[in-house]
Design a protein around this ligand. Structure first.
Ligand SMILES: Cc1cc2nc3c(=O)[nH]c(=O)nc-3n(C[C@H](O)[C@H](O)[C@H](O)COP(=O)(O)OP(=O)(O)OC[C@H]3O[C@@H](n4cnc5c(N)ncnc54)[C@H](O)[C@@H]3O)c2cc1C
Length: 137
């Protein structure tokens, strides 16, 4: 049996990128078709730890890489979604922490990475006072 579809745009892959794009295109009036070989969200998306980061991970060398700059606006974007003001309404999603904590394990290399990473992202990273450490620490 041959199935025939008429569509403006075909998206391959139903991970977060494909689903986000599908939603965006729908809201702009297009009729996109998404094709997924396995199950929606079955790729890296299912493996994600759910951390919304703004680039620190990609700035640990001490210099701001292109990737670190590109994702700098992500926390703001996701926060808008979590309050229902963004591209996707995520008001029902439980938030486990409002901050992304990073710490060194004490060895020199790890401490230097944390130090240079935080220097390269001045304004986006703050030190945490001992009294404000989360219970975990
Ligand atoms: C262990 C782990 C932890 C992570 N933690 C975080 C985190 O905390 N925070 C964060 O921001 N990012 C995290 N990431 C990264 C994040 O999960 C990915 O950047 C993101 O999920 C990628 O989404 P994607 O839609 O591009 O790809 P995927 O989620 O991999 O989706 C691709 C989809 O395409 C489908 N597909 C492949 N080929 C075809 C084809 N030919 N036709 C049709 N479908 C096809 C696959 O089946 C899959 O479902 C993590 C990644 C991993 C692996």
């Amino acid at each position: 049996m041959t199935l025939r579809y008429s569509t403006d745009i075909v998206i391959f892959g139903g991970g977060v990128a494909g689903l986000w794009l599908l939603n965006r295109l729908h809201s702009e009036g297009y009729q996109p078709l998404l094709i997924e070989t396995k199950a929606l969200g079955s790729g890296q998306t299912l493996a994600s730890q759910g951390i919304i980061h703004g680039g620190l991970k990609y700035a640990l060398s001490g210099s701001l890489t292109g990737a670190a700059n590109v994702i700098a606006g992500m926390p703001r974007r996701w926060r808008h979604c979590l309050t229902g003001d963004g591209d996707v309404d995520l008001q029902g999603v439980p938030v486990l922490s409002n901050y992304y904590y990073m710490w060194s394990d004490g060895n020199l290399r790890s401490r230097l990475k944390t130090f240079f990473g935080s220097k390269s992202l001045v304004g986006r990273v703050e030190g945490v006072k001992r009294d404000d450490y989360p219970d975990f620490f």
